[in-house]
Write a protein that binds this ligand. Structure first.
Ligand code: KMH
Ligand code: ZN
Length: 303
């Protein structure tokens, strides 16, 4: 009998999209971020995708020093695969964004595959009473352009690629898949490519099942067996998109970076709660969770 397919759960524990007054459960301090990542790994996440925050007010902090304390704790407590963001916050410069991954040389770093409008403002409807002025300015900003030019992508690829870092290629629309194909054709990346298709973020593709199948079909056509497909659904789309992709042969990403919710109107009290829900879906489909070492094998990281 064929063995069940292994599914990698990535957990993105805090990110830079949500802000502290949206949820008391959003990890902010280094020890909260470490606890969240370790809890997610214990619940079944093979990969943890990490951002840092300023403990004073929860603002995204992309200094390498902000990552050091929780990276140390996570590495001591867990063998999960560490993935450091190069997206940072969409308001940061590319030079700021690359520094934590350059300094800490993780197995995986995220790499955003195209420039786009980045609309956080729809969240103001659900969270009209943000406490800090910085949160209101940030979330309410309708002029955020997330810069990821060809030159900037190439800079990250060559700088971190030379360190042996693999990438989580974040693709928010089909154009980003074509951008990645360009770098494959140029020989700047090689398979297996870990492609994180992102659904339901304002400025990117929607979260309709047709959007998911369209992205998957396009990636299949461009990359054949040279890629590993994972999905991320924003907000309420998180688990429906995870379920679809798991059933279609994909890997899944959950975590409070992408959604604050455990269910309709119920805030997730931890990242582990979302990992557990993803796990139930995956195991309910007769599939198995990939361990960190199995994820390393599937993604061919430096290990
Ligand atoms: N927040 C996600 C939609 C990054 O860190 O590079 C995208 C993300 C970006 O994870
Ligand atoms: Zn991120």
């Amino acid at each position: 009998m064929a063995k069940p397919r292994k599914v990698i759960i990535t957990c993105a524990v805090t990110g830079a999209i949500h802000t502290p007054s949206m949820s008391e459960y959003l990890p902010v301090t280094a020890s909260e971020i470490a606890d969240a990542a370790i809890g997610a790994a214990k619940a079944g996440a093979a990969v943890v995708h990490l951002h840092a925050r300023d403990p004073k007010d929860g603002r995204p902090d992309q200094t390498p020093e902000a990552f050091s304390p929780f990276l140390g704790i996570i590495k001591q407590a867990s063998d999960c695969v560490v993935n450091i963001t190069t997206g940072g916050a969409p308001t940061m410069t590319i030079e700021e964004r690359i520094r934590p991954a350059e300094t800490h040389q993780p197995e995986i770093a995220s790499l955003n595959m195209g420039s786009m409008n980045f609309g956080l403002f729809p969240m103001l409807k659900r969270f009209p009473n943000l406490k800090h002025a910085w949160e209101r300015d940030y979330v309410g900003n309708k002029n955020i352009i997330f810069n990821n030019s060809f030159g900037q992508i190439e800079h990250i690829l060559t700088t971190l690629g030379a360190l042996g870092t693999k990438f989580e290629f974040e693709c928010y629309d089909t154009a980003h898949l074509y951008n990645l194909k360009h770098f494959l054709d140029e020989g700047l990346v090689k398979g297996p490519l870990f492609i994180q298709t992102v659904f339901g973020l304002m400025g990117g593709i929607g979260a309709h099942p047709d959007d998911v199948t369209h992205m998957k079909r396009t990636a299949d056509r461009l990359f054949g067996d040279q890629y590993r497909w994972s999905v991320l659904g924003a907000g309420k789309n998180q688990l429906p998109i995870a379920a679809m992709a798991a059933a279609m042969g994909g890997h899944v990403r959950v975590g409070l970076e992408d959604s604050l919710w455990a269910g309709p109107g119920t805030l997730a009290e931890s990242n582990a709660v979302q990992v557990e829900k993803a796990r139930q879906i995956i195991e309910g489909l007769g599939l198995e969770l990939a361990s960190p070492d199995e994820a390393r094998e599937i993604l061919e990281t430096k290990g």
